[in-house]
Design a protein around this ligand. Structure first.
Ligand code: PNS
Length: 160
């Protein structure tokens, strides 16, 4: 049986930290599905389609990986896709409480699905989509935190 993991997130936009987690995760699982949450209630910089394109552009070289969107409960989506694991990256202690809550709730909802955490690469410890957007909005250089294509798209969004 194939070991399938879902790597879920907002990916608004994908960062080098996400790519690092996906690459390392792909060595642990037979197949990874990177799944963007479709959440119309949350304001995002990039449309779902743009986020999908950026994932494809930056991660398609990774072995046995695919890209998708989902709505509703993550564990329901995982079950539909025959996945047995949820892959999440963990950065600093500040991530811990939220990730712990998420993992425990997901486990309560479906005990057959495990959350697997990978510690972020040291280089990416302070890299997050939101801090990147915050800096880029005011003209800050984030080119070493995202792939070149993503950097271009961010600059275009903010009119630089
Ligand atoms: O990149 P993010 O924004 O930290 O990702 C959060 C995400 C998408 C993993 C989380 O919000 C999620 O799984 N949402 C779907 C609804 C759900 O199942 N929530 C957890 C149980 S309440």
């Amino acid at each position: 049986m194939q070991r399938i993991a879902i790597y879920p997130g907002s990916f608004d936009p994908v960062t080098n930290g996400h790519i690092d987690i996906a690459k390392r995760g792909s060595k642990l699982f037979d197949h990874i599905i990177v799944a963007i949450l479709h959440n119309p209630g949350k304001q995002s910089l990039f449309t779902l389609q743009e986020r999908l394109e950026m994932l494809e552009e930056s991660m398609s070289g990774i072995n046995s990986i695919e890209f998708d969107t989902f709505d509703g409960l993550l564990v329901d989506y995982a079950r539909k896709r025959n996945a047995t694991a949820l892959l999440r990256g963990m950065r600093a202690v500040s991530d811990f409480e939220y990730e712990f809550q998420l993992a425990l709730m997901n486990r309560k909802l479906n005990r057959k699905i495990e959350t697997v955490f990978l510690m972020t690469g040291l280089r990416w410890i302070f890299t997050s989509s939101s801090i990147i957007k915050e800096a880029a909005r005011f003209g800050g250089d984030v080119s070493d935190m995202v792939p070149a294509g993503v950097n271009r798209r961010i600059q275009a969004k903010y009119g630089f």
